[in-house]
Design a protein around this ligand. Structure first.
Ligand code: AP5
Ligand code: MG
Length: 222
């Protein structure tokens, strides 16, 4: 494929952004850029960045824009981003979106293609309570809808499956509030730019995959 274009997966916690971004990245041969995964990696390695963001993430709040933008700029400067990439969980504030517009322009990318995953709150809560993630390769499972073949073990690399610290119900409540207050306004921002597409994120993983493929095919033709 590739669209030399930035893909942005927008949507609330648990909407399926990571699940679908991994699939698109594999099938299109482009990097999957999840700021959440990058921060979790920094936390698990105990870096200075990790130490500063850990308490923020554990409260379910957003990391300050300057730390996010520094991380993103550094990641985009690597060679594998030259042909396109898929952002998952970034941008998350209007300030991040506006800075990203400038960065994309300066790197020769046009407007991004933004896909908003719509999922109702009861479905999000069920998904987050059932999520287990591989501690080695990051593959995402769900005990209700997408269980591993063997409980607690990743099908792909045999890694141990773990639950995220911010998937506790009280933190999920904060994350959903942060989404409503700070991230949801991005849908209007991108709609006004004419680059927003919606998908029904409550459909099955395969149905959402097909819907995304249809949107990408349409974007390639246009
Ligand atoms: P981040 O890691 O980005 O988390 P999030 O946006 O809250 O989203 P999630 O990862 O929880 O959900 P997802 O949409 O990826 O769903 P998934 O595919 O896993 O951010 C974490 C924290 O980092 C933030 O709170 C903040 O502190 C910080 N941060 C990160 N980026 C930042 C930024 N840009 N600015 C500031 N702070 C930032 O799926 C969920 C579950 O559902 C899984 O179990 C999966 O198997 C299942 N599932 C997926 N799709 C389906 C389906 N179609 N049907 C049934 N089950 C499904
Ligand atoms: Mg995710």
């Amino acid at each position: 494929m590739v669209l030399k274009r930035a893909l942005i997966f927008l949507g609330p916690p648990g909407a399926g952004k990571g699940t679908q971004a991994k699939h698109i990245a594999r099938s299109c041969g482009i990097p999957h850029l999840s700021t959440g995964d990058m921060f979790r990696d920094a936390v698990s390695r105990g870096t200075e960045l990790g130490k500063s963001v850990q308490p923020i993430m554990e409260r379910g709040e957003l990391v300050p824009d300057d730390l996010v933008m520094k991380l993103v700029e550094e990641r985009l400067s690597r060679a594998d981003c030259a042909r396109g990439f898929v952002f998952d969980g970034f941008p998350r504030t209007l300030a991040q979106a506006s800075e990203l517009d400038h960065i994309l322009e300066s790197r020769g990318f046009g407007k991004p293609l933004v896909i908003d995953f719509a999922v109702s709150e009861p479905v999000l809560l069920r998904r987050l309570s059932g999520r287990w993630t591989c501690s080695v390769g990051g593959e995402i499972y769900n005990i209700y809808d997408a269980p591993p073949r063997q409980a607690g073990i990743c099908d792909l690399d045999g890694g141990k499956l773990v639950q995220r610290a911010d998937d506790r119900p009280e933190v999920v409540k904060e994350r959903l509030m942060a989404y409503e207050r700070q991230t949801k306004p991005l849908t209007d921002y991108y709609r006004r730019q004419g680059v927003l597409e919606m998908v029904d994120g409550s459909a099955t993983v395969e149905e959402v995959q097909r819907a995304l493929q249809g949107i990408l095919n349409g974007a390639r033709r246009s």
